[in-house]
Design a protein around this ligand. Structure first.
Ligand code: GH3
Ligand code: MG
Ligand code: MG
Length: 505
């Protein structure tokens, strides 16, 4: 219905109205009775017989009456029975089984099948002629309807009326067509615009739409005339449920221009489109809005590209974050020993070197502790390599927690660790080494018994190079091993040739 032009809509409305008037008139019995051909023939036969019967009645000639009715019954197939009934109710003449078939009629009205005419003799009611006709078949409802003259009248008047109304309205409403008041030049100028343009009346009904607008909403410009613009199905561009502020409504209500609103429209037979809508009021002589003009800039492609771009940017950001995380992981991997997580030699040595430089510059003491697991080969041989790995990891953990920083603990060789202790006096360093020595022997430390030997050196003993400082700690460790393992030795003690190792085993 919305697709019909206003003229077609008007014509349809008028046609429906006309047909309703006809039906109403019939209900109120204003229309003259409408009979079809069969009924007309039955009435004619009844009237003819009534005249002839009345003539015979004037002579009291019952036999002629019978002969007339018999003749009629032979000629008329649909006549089932006939009779002449005197005013006292007795049948003077009966053709067919009339007495049984005839049913008394309500009131005076004849029906389609039972027709009755009074017969007068010398001005007085004398008898009545009764004719009983066959029922008419009603198997096909449509055919039965079509047989009804009223139905045929309504269909004929409706059909012809519709054509006539369209023709009439086309001719006479032209001057009322809002688009007709726009000069053709202006209309075609509007039609070549790529922007949609509509003109609205004060009730927000479209009085003019250009081709671009009609095209975007999937309708013809003519069919849009008179349509309420809100009924086209606008949606807000925000999240679902956001109320829509129609710019033309603001223009009409407040008599101000409204621009830059973004609205979505699910056009018929087309994908949803996005419009940037501007609207300005059309003012009357008193400055009051009598309508509004609205323009629709199709921003669907732009919006689609912006969304795609945003998606790409989000992806980029995500992969940038992933790369940063991976880089961080790589850096950690590059700096750490993969089995134990403590520093590897590559990251530990430069750091230790700068600690030594700092210590030499400031005179603050720097110590080095070398730790080696005792009889580790046995662990591997007796419990397997996996158990060996587990013991190495546990010892590394213990060193980290005793020293407090995994950065200052380095896996220096297979089961050998080097510890840097900045700002630490040698006595304190010896205590750290002893704590480590004890910690690994605590019950439940590992699934196999573990013991370590350690050697301690300090910047106080005069090393100027890192290799020298580490070498001194290694020498002290060697001395611990020589002294029976499971003990701590300080390098200055090795110099004096006597082990100052603190026997802990
Ligand atoms: P000592 O008390 O004299 O130190 O005797 P030891 O058996 O510990 O001798 P040494 O320090 O020479 O043995 C080191 C062994 O550690 C040799 C090697 O098979 C083993 N090893 C080195 N790296 C790993 C490792 O990553 N995992 C395992 N399970 N074993 C390792
Ligand atoms: Mg060892
Ligand atoms: Mg070793």
């Amino acid at each position: 219905m919305e697709r019909l032009s206003p003229i077609l809509r008007l014509s349809l409305g008028l046609t429906v109205l006309t047909c309703s008037i006809l039906l109403g008139a019939d209900l109120l019995r204003i229309l003259p009775p409408l009979e079809d051909d069969t009924i007309r023939e039955r009435i004619a036969l009844t009237e003819r017989l009534a005249v002839q019967t009345a003539q015979a009645a004037s002579h009291g000639d019952v036999e002629t009456m019978r002969a007339l009715l018999e003749l009629a019954s032979r000629n008329e197939k649909e006549l089932r029975s006939a009779g002449v009934r005197s005013t006292d109710g007795s049948l003077l003449v009966q053709i067919g089984d009339h007495r049984r078939l005839w049913t008394p009629l309500e009131g005076d009205r004849s029906t389609e099948t039972q027709m009755r005419v009074p017969i007068f003799r010398e001005g007085q009611p004398w008898a009545q002629l009764e004719l009983l006709f066959a029922e008419r078949p009603t198997a096909n409802v449509l055919a039965a309807l079509w047989r009804r003259p009223l139905v045929r009248l309504v269909i004929a008047v409706g059909g012809l009326g519709f054509v006539a109304y369209v023709f009439y309205l086309r001719r006479n409403l032209r001057h009322l067509d809002p688009s007709a008041v726009i000069p053709a030049r202006v209309q075609s100028a509007l039609d070549v615009m790529s922007e949609g343009v509509i003109l609205l009346d004060a009730q927000e009904r479209i009085v003019l739409a250009n081709a671009a607008f009609a095209n975007r909403v999937g309708a013809t410009a003519a069919s849009l005339l008179g349509t309420e613009v809100a009924s086209l199905g606008w949606r807000s561009n925000g999240p679902p449920g956001t109320p829509i502020e129609m710019p033309w409504r603001k223009a009409l209500r407040e008599a101000v221009s409204a621009s830059g609103a973004t609205l979505r429209l699910a056009a018929r037979d087309a994908d949803e489109r996005i419009f940037v809508v501007n609207s300005s009021p059309v003012l009357d002589g008193w400055g009051r809005p009598k309508g509004a003009i609205a323009t629709f800039d199709d921003a669907t492609e732009l919006e689609r590209k912006t969304t795609a771009l945003e998606r790409v940017l989000t992806e980029l950001e995500k992969s940038r974050d992933e790369i940063r995380l991976q880089n961080e992981e790589l850096q950690i991997l590059a700096r750490r020993d993969p089995l134990t997580g403590v520093a590897n030699r590559r990251s530990f040595v430069p750091r230790f070197e700068s600690l030594l430089v700092e210590s030499l510059r400031t005179g603050r003491e720097l110590c080095c502790v070398m730790v080696d697991i005792d009889h580790f080969k046995r662990v591997n041989d007796e419990h397997g390599h996996a158990m060996g790995d587990e013991v190495i990891k546990r010892v590394a953990q213990a060193l980290g927690s005793e020293v407090g920083s995994s950065e200052d603990v380095c896996r220096y060789g297979g089961e050998e660790f080097c510890i840097a202790l900045p700002d630490t006096g040698v006595e304190q360093a010896l205590r750290v080494a002893e704590r480590i020595n004890k910690a690994v022997q605590l019950p439940g430390f590992a699934r196999v018994p573990v013991a370590v030997s350690a050697g301690v050196s300090s910047s106080r003993f005069g090393a100027r190079q890192l290799a020298e400082l580490i070498g001194q700690a290694d020498e002290a460790l060697y001395r611990s091993k020589q002294n029976g393992r499971n003990c701590v030795t300080c390098w200055n003690e090795t110099r004096r040739g006597d082990s100052a190792g603190v026997a802990t085993g």
